[in-house]
Design a protein around this ligand. Structure first.
Ligand code: CUA
Length: 165
């Protein structure tokens, strides 16, 4: 009887965690309406790109859409804590910075959040790594890691376009 009870409990745990895991993205459950991204809230156009926080960290907001990331290039400072917040306007995309811990799915209806810190100056190509349609292989953007002083001297527009000064 005890053995059967233990078996049942373990099977129940497997079934419940399996269903819960399938219903929700694992890391960060934040809901958002993908049809009104451009109209209201955190992901309106003027709020996209790299924003500085009072504590010295930066937050990068991006929209993934067929077939580009908006904005297409962002600057972030070396050494500071960086928080990427992404969402999708249409289908499931992927967000990957090669050779870093940044790798997440971007699912419409949810906000994906990844935290990292870049140790050195670099320029990353960020390819979409979820098949999202015929233009998938051409969907990529860039993250430029620039020195703190250079970052501080750049305007919001320059930070979200990587425009050279
Ligand atoms: Cu977006 Cu593949």
């Amino acid at each position: 009887m005890i053995m059967v009870a233990m078996l049942l409990v373990m099977m129940a745990v497997i079934v419940v965690t399996g269903i819960m895991g399938a219903l929700h993205p694992a890391s960060n459950v934040e809901l958002i309406d993908p049809t009104t991204l451009h109209l209201q809230g955190e992901f309106v156009e003027s709020n996209l790109g790299t924003a500085t926080e009072p504590d010295g960290s930066v937050t990068v907001r991006l929209i993934a859409t067929q077939y580009d990331f908006v904005p297409h290039c962002v600057d972030v400072p070396v050494g500071a804590p960086v928080k990427f917040r992404l969402t999708s306007a249409d289908v499931v995309h992927g967000f990957l910075l090669p050779d870093t811990n940044v790798n997440t799915m971007v699912v419409p209806g949810f906000v994906a959040e990844v935290r990292t810190r870049f140790a050195k100056q670099a320029e990353y190509a960020m390819p979409c790594n979820e098949f999202c349609g015929l233009g998938h292989q051409g969907m990529w953007a860039r993250v430029r890691v620039v020195p703190q002083e250079q970052f501080a001297g750049r305007t919001l527009f320059e930070r979200r376009t990587c425009a050279t000064q």
